[in-house]
Design a protein around this ligand. Structure first.
Ligand code: AMP
Length: 279
């Protein structure tokens, strides 16, 4: 495994690697969800690049950024264990941004202004800035993103289309704990008690899927709201079912025939998100 702190030396290294190149961007604190992306990239490519970079511009909250878990040594060991030939990009912010740690401004077709974008101002401009930098700099044939961050996946697809990038975006299913909780680096920050309540997000998505075709969407939304009111520790941020491609909310008066349900909730100081296909 070769670890690069500077994109310049990495680009020169990549020019000697056999193609296709599969790229897996992460913010580290790697878990089995991340590893599933890396394994898929290994299956589909001759070379694989993993980045570990906690991108400051996608955090709208300084405390969230400061508390974001970092386990770089353990991350490198996990990658090495999967495959010793993977290249790793582990930069400081200066290597990505220079002196000016700021997002660029992208037209993301409004996909950045709803749900996570509405709750986390500027988040997707930060994501778009770093993803666009990575794809333009490393020019991978394929890049792997998890459905765990479904809105991000849609936005990355939008960027590659609008910028006419040659990279194919590969979406990967959500990896869950045994009790249904979607794996996330932030789960490690939950207290023991909070952790017990964390699968409620998954439970409510399953409830939605089971009932969606039988009741009006608006009624379903009310039921999910009521469900969360029962738990003092949990505060629902939003529950929404949208068209999976446009992310536009479906008609409140109709039962759900297909679409994607999205949920975000606060559990103590931690904010969790999840989503599920409703068809
Ligand atoms: P992050 O380190 O949280 O930025 O995530 C890096 C990539 O891993 C993103 O494409 C995420 O969507 C993906 N990812 C994170 N958690 C999971 C999961 N539980 N299942 C599948 N993919 C995931």
């Amino acid at each position: 495994m070769k670890v690069f702190k500077a994109s310049k030396s990495l680009v020169s290294h990549l020019s000697s690697q056999s193609r296709p190149l599969g790229f897996v961007p992460t913010m580290g604190a790697l878990h089995d969800g991340h590893l599933s992306l890396i394994n898929k990239a290994l299956e589909q490519n001759h070379s694989v690049l993993v980045s570990i970079f906690i991108n400051p511009t996608q955090f709208d909250n300084q405390t969230d950024l400061e508390n974001y878990p970092t386990h770089f040594e353990a991350d490198l060991q996990k990658i090495e264990k999967i495959n010793g030939n993977i290249s790793v990009y582990l930069p400081k912010a200066f290597d990505v941004y220079g002196q000016n740690i700021q997002s660029k401004s992208f037209d993301l077709g409004g996909l950045d202004l709803i749900m996570e974008g509405e709750k986390r101002s500027g988040h997707f401009q930060g994501v778009a800035t770093v993803v666009s930098y990575f794809l333009n700099t490393f020019q991978p044939e394929k890049a792997y993103f998890g459905e765990k961050d479904f809105q991000q996946l849609r936005i990355v697809n939008h960027i590659t289309q609008s910028q006419k990038l040659k990279t194919k975006i590969v979406s990967c299913p959500i990896v869950r704990e045994k009790d249904g909780l979607a794996m996330s680096s932030r789960n490690a920050l939950l207290t023991e008690t909070e952790r017990k309540f964390a699968p409620k997000l998954y439970e409510s998505l399953c409830y939605a899927k089971k009932n969606a075709k039988h009741i009006q969407y608006g009624q379903l939304k009310d039921r999910i709201n009521d469900f969360f009111k029962k738990y003092d520790l949990l505060t629902l941020d939003y529950f929404r079912i949208t068209n999976a491609a446009t992310l536009k909310e479906i008609d409140l008066e109709k039962p759900v025939s297909k679409g994607r349900a999205f949920i975000a909730a606060h559990l103590g100081k931690i904010r969790l998100i999840d989503n599920m296909d409703m068809s």
